[in-house]
Design a protein around this ligand. Sequence first.
Ligand code: CTP
Ligand code: MG
Length: 228
Amino acid sequence: PHFAVVVVAAGSGTRLRGGAPKAFVALDERSILHHALRGVFMARPAQVVVVVPAGHEATALDVARDVAAGDTRPVDIVAGGTTRQESVAAGLAVLRDDVDTVLIHDAARALTPAAVFERVMARILAGAVAVIPTVPVVDTIKRVDVNGRVVAAVDRSELAAAQTPQAFRVSVLRAALNSVEADHTDDAALVAAAGHDVVVVDGDAVAFKITTTPDLERARALLAAAPL
Ligand code: CTP
Ligand code: MG
């Protein structure tokens, strides 16, 4: 297969309130986007697409060039939309014709190891049409009703927390985006709603999504302890 990676980095980071769109907030001397792109380029995809807030294209191109360091694979920078799903669609719109498999990756999962990309791609090579990395749920989960009363415990062994990169046959993801009405929080939910099998591979605890200030502090501490 010919793989592309679409990095969605067009969110504003309202929960983080980092003073800039989240992808451009610094982790060390480098931004969240810079760190996210390191794992992406190590996967050696045929094409990289970075989706950023309108007006941030030039900055993103500089970051991508810096990470690519002489690597000549095509990089496209496009403006995103108001929802994550719109940003994914904007990225899919510029995929080259020879790309048949796309990995959608959250820039906010900045420390995702290259090994996660490799596991996801290997499962596609083994014949899957949709693959997501997951990690076990460590908390005990309760179903709670509107009155704030516990309805039932949820069997944790049946749960997994979804991460990115999530890989799809391009035709399958495009069809799902066009056919499914509801807004889904991830791409796999959309593809599953369209009736396709989604299989899982092991994610990684360090591929957590930087969402809040404590997450940002954790990412910074990890980098300070083991600089990349
Ligand atoms: N994203 C995007 N376009 C949007 C919204 C989100 O490309 N319109 C991307 C974000 O840049 C991020 C990923 O989707 O890499 C996951 O989204 P989230 O963590 O929610 O980031 P933000 O939407 O930026 O944060 P918040 O919800 O706190 O505003
Ligand atoms: Mg968001």
